[in-house]
Design a protein around this ligand. Structure first.
Ligand SMILES: CC(C)(COP(=O)(O)OP(=O)(O)OC[C@H]1O[C@@H](n2cnc3c(N)ncnc32)[C@H](O)[C@@H]1OP(=O)(O)O)[C@@H](O)C(=O)NCCC(=O)NCCS
Length: 177
């Protein structure tokens, strides 16, 4: 499949947001909606430009997007920086062709490259296990809201990064609005 993955640039923002909106469409149960979340995250301290990636087709159209942003894992004594993956979007007509998988691999690789050591995700356990995610509960890392235990997962980008880490994940403000 002929796709390219690169960092998202400001000139892409509107197109990306339209893609995110179209991808989640009527299936969106979240408030704010995912495109608003992307927009607000970009304006926040949690945003890391290197970790907002787009997938382009052979005609240079944006057909996928992934965003990893800063969160912290806090236990009252210490706060450790981590990343949250959200959202991941692949254009409806291009789903199930491996694009989401390529975006995930590229984003995790880039996150490690720019010095991050762990990633958190709330999502479908079967999907994320393929990338090495395990239940966050394994490290005694918990969500700040009620979620099924198996849907809240973490991944070490560097070996043993979470050995000494535990606590509740504090999401950035855009997730809480
Ligand atoms: C989830 C999503 C990003 C996956 O991207 P994709 O390019 O379609 O995925 P891939 O082709 O790389 O992988 C397909 C696999 O993902 C699974 N999958 C697709 N959508 C899924 C979902 N919402 N939840 C769990 N698994 C999903 C497929 O069953 C398939 O599994 P298989 O490889 O075992 O057969 C994409 O389908 C999408 O944008 N969905 C709508 C938005 C969404 O739900 N985003 C995730 C939450 S932020």
């Amino acid at each position: 499949m002929d796709i390219t993955i690169r960092q998202e640039f400001p000139a892409d923002y509107r197109t990306t947001e339209a893609l995110v909106k179209r991808t989640f469409g009527e299936e969106s149960y979240s408030d704010p909606t995912e495109d608003t979340l992307v927009h607000n995250l970009r304006e926040s301290d949690a945003f890391i430009p290197e970790l907002s990636l787009v997938a382009l087709d052979s005609g240079e159209h944006i057909i996928g997007h992934i965003l990893l942003s800063r969160v912290s894992i806090e236990d009252g004594r210490a706060a450790v920086e981590s990343l949250a993956i959200a959202p991941v979007s692949v254009a409806p007509e291009r789903q199930n062709q491996g694009i989401g998988t390529q975006l995930m691999h590229a984003a995790l690789h880039r996150a490690a490259e720019v010095g991050h050591s762990s990633v958190i995700v709330l999502g479908h356990p079967g999907y994320y296990a393929k990338f090495g995610f395990r239940q966050a509960e394994h490290w005694n890392i918990r969500a700040p809201f009620d979620v099924p235990e198996e849907a809240f997962m973490a991944l070490e980008l560097t070996e043993h990064a979470l050995d000494e880490v535990q606590g509740v994940v504090q999401y950035s403000q855009p997730f809480l609005e």
